[in-house]
Design a protein around this ligand. Structure first.
Ligand code: IMP
Length: 429
């Protein structure tokens, strides 16, 4: 049995989708276990770009079953859009290739409105959410009043759920300055989505457990990143779900011992979208260059990403939270052409030196990154397929990351396409 979790080790957008897509041809199943369509996974196959927000990244491989587990929040309209797009492009010919948990919570139109109106009211302290209704949808899960995917197949159940939740949501929307939703209109709309999604809605926890007992290789595809985790990230500038490897067990319904390997995906530099602490952020020509060369614009919202130097103290923190068994270092090619490269190896916080990103945001406000400077390189990396093809300085950079974090780097990304990768050893081993 091989069960591998692919986790974002930074603030999201690390290139997890590409790593999953690469590994998926050797896997039987790919599972999304948290988050929703706040995620955007860009896959480039044969020069053609596909952006997925909800559908797992294994969908481009025939014979891979893709599962959306009950820990995910699903916007039915969005997933139908993705399904239609995939079908038009010749994928997802068999509906059994995509299973959506009947217990996954639905992102309802009122969640999106609450998200947007709340952000609009937060003049100075905006979180910078993706505006997809993620936080409000998870609130309803915890408050035990969520509409779940299975409810979209049963009018009576759907009405009963709405009777419980809608008066409160409408009262909140009135206070926020939004419009009220009518139960009848919502029922009609949601049942129509449910009918179209019927072939995909089913039981997911047992399906995944069975796959693992049958020795299938299962990939668990994380969304967002470790530093956006609702409990351990840079709170309150975080997303509303647990983004860490431990969440796989609780969100899918597996024992924690089911997880055998944890791959941390990190860019060779750092980016962040939305507000919140980012100590190695560069507001200069180097930052702008990273954004331009790395095409650092959000795949969900199109917002320019904030860019900065690689933060190894943050990566060490992410490793402590997730227990990485290996690292995928992506977008190394974006650093090409810089004379020298800075990497943060710790923090100075008053008279203390810390070797991890300080978890408390008050510490983060005064924490000063401690940098080491490494030599850069000028050679084009995109044709490299083995570590030996890389210039000496790039190999040294990778070795430095490994020594500082204490985890081997087994995949290096050197360009956007599926084949622009160096795989060292066997991740699925
Ligand atoms: P929410 O998840 O839409 O509530 O947004 C909360 C924070 O997480 C914001 O700073 C978003 O920009 C960030 N965020 C959410 N999803 C992603 C993602 O997939 N990549 C990067 N940042 C994300």
């Amino acid at each position: 049995m091989s069960s591998i979790v692919i986790i974002g080790a930074q603030w999201g957008d690390e290139g997890k989708g590409k790593v999953v897509d690469q590994l998926a041809d050797r896997a039987g199943m790919v599972v999304r276990y948290q988050g929703g369509n706040n995620a955007g996974h860009t896959l480039v196959v044969g020069g053609k770009k596909t952006i997925l927000h909800l559908v797992p990244s294994g969908i481009l491989q025939d014979d891979v079953i893709n599962v959306i587990a009950q820990g995910v929040v699903v916007d039915p309209e969005q997933i139908l859009r993705e399904i239609d797009g995939l079908r038009q492009a010749g994928y997802l010919r068999d509906p059994r290739q995509l299973v959506i948990s009947e217990r996954a919570a639905v992102i309802m139109p009122y969640h999106i409105q609450v998200d947007l109106h709340r952000e609009a009211r937060l003049a100075g302290g905006k979180i910078g959410t993706t505006g997809r209704g993620i936080g409000p949808a998870y609130e309803d899960v915890i408050a035990r009043r969520a509409v779940r995917m299975g409810d979209l197949l049963d009018e009576d159940r759907l009405r009963a759920r709405l009777e419980r939740v809608l008066p409160e949501r409408n009262a909140l929307l009135a206070w926020l300055g939004g419009d009220a939703f009518e139960a009848d209109v919502l029922v009609e709309r949601m049942l129509a989505f449910g009918e179209r999604l019927r072939p995909h809605i089913g039981e997911s926890g047992r399906l995944v457990r069975r796959a693992l007992t049958e020795d299938m290789t299962v990939l668990f595809e994380g969304a967002q990143g470790s530093l956006l985790d609702v409990l351990h990230g840079t709170y309150p500038f975080v997303t509303s779900s647990s983004t860490l490897s431990g969440a796989v067990a609780t969100s899918v319904g597996l024992p924690p011992t089911a997880i055998k390997r944890v791959v941390g995906v990190a860019k060779a530099y750092c980016t962040r979208v939305g507000a919140g602490p980012f100590p190695t952020e560069l507001d200069d020509d180097v930052g702008r260059r990273l954004r331009d060369v790395g095409h650092e614009y959000g795949s969900t919202t199109g917002r320019p990403r904030r860019c900065g130097w690689l933060d190894l103290a943050a990566l060490r923190y992410a490793h402590r939270l997730n227990g990485f068994t290996s690292l995928a270092l992506t977008k190394l090619d974006v650093l090409t052409g810089l004379e020298t490269l800075k990497v943060c190896v710790g923090y100075r916080c008053g008279d203390k030196e810390l070797d991890e990103l300080p978890a408390e945001d008050c510490d983060l406000e005064i924490a000063q990154p401690i940098y080491e400077t490494l030599p850069g390189w000028h050679e084009d990396l995109t044709t490299a397929r083995t570590p030996e093809d890389l210039p000496y300085a790039a190999r040294e950079f990778i070795g430095f990351v490994e020594r500082q974090v204490g985890v081997p780097v087994t995949v290096v990304g050197v360009g956007p396409d599926r084949e622009h990768s160096i795989v060292i050893g066997d991740l699925l081993g």
